[in-house]
Design a protein around this ligand. Structure first.
Ligand code: GRF
Length: 203
């Protein structure tokens, strides 16, 4: 079974969806460690409630991003983690971290990339006036939300939406899409062809 590590900083609803998929036998991976850069966040409580090991690695305790990422990679390696899901992890990882897990780090972003990368994607979508938005699961590369796209789901932007309403509509899709994408990668059904990701369906 593939060992999965989930990196979080906040509420952890995507972590919950991943844990629920694992419980149903639909993840193709085992969550071996949840790491937060912030103490006391809801995501850590969710992991503990599911009986999953947790670590808090506070970025303030490290002199540089590289030193932080080295410690992060070490503790994930010690927990026999082979695949990593960033799930609301509010830090940009360094090339050194990516080299430790080449092609094995995924992220979920609340827009249809390449539109609206970075912070406050839902607010950016509302301000731009798009009629459709959604979420994207992608491989993490050295840029900000620029890696190869694994899966996307679209939702309508409705008249009268505020940021909270659009965020909630997108989250429903995130919770379905992320576990499915992680499963495809964990089961070795995902292949890169240039920038295009090809996913084989389950046998
Ligand atoms: C999600 O919207 C995700 O797309 C973004 O951060 C948010 C995390 O939410 N990267 P949660 O902590 O999983 O509830």
């Amino acid at each position: 079974m593939t060992g999965l590590g989930v990196l979080v900083s906040g509420s952890g609803t995507n972590l919950q969806a991943i844990l629920d998929a694992e419980k149903r036998g639909e993840l193709g991976a085992e969550v071996r460690l949840v790491v937060s850069n912030l103490p006391g966040v809801r995501a850590l409580e969710r992991a503990q409630a599911a009986g999953v090991a947790t670590r808090v690695l506070a970025h303030r305790d490290f002199a540089s991003r590289e030193a932080y990422d080295e410690a992060l990679a070490r503790c994930l390696g010690e927990a026999r983690v082979e695949l990593i899901a960033l799930a609301g992890f509010m830090r940009i990882v360094t090339p050194r971290f990516l080299q430790a897990f080449p092609g094995r780090v995924l992220n979920i972003h609340p827009s249809l990339l390449p539109a609206f990368p970075g912070l406050h994607a839902q607010r950016q979508a509302l301000e731009h006036g798009v009629k459709v938005s959604g979420c994207t699961v992608h491989f993490v590369d050295e840029g900000c939300d620029t890696g190869a796209i694994i899966a996307q789901a679209a939702v309508p932007v409705c008249e009268g939406d505020d940021e909270a309403a659009l965020t909630a509509r997108i989250l429903v899709e995130e919770h379905r899409l992320y576990p499915a994408a992680l499963r495809a990668v964990a089961e070795g059904r995902v292949r890169l062809s240039g920038r295009r990701v090809v996913i084989q369906s389950r046998p």
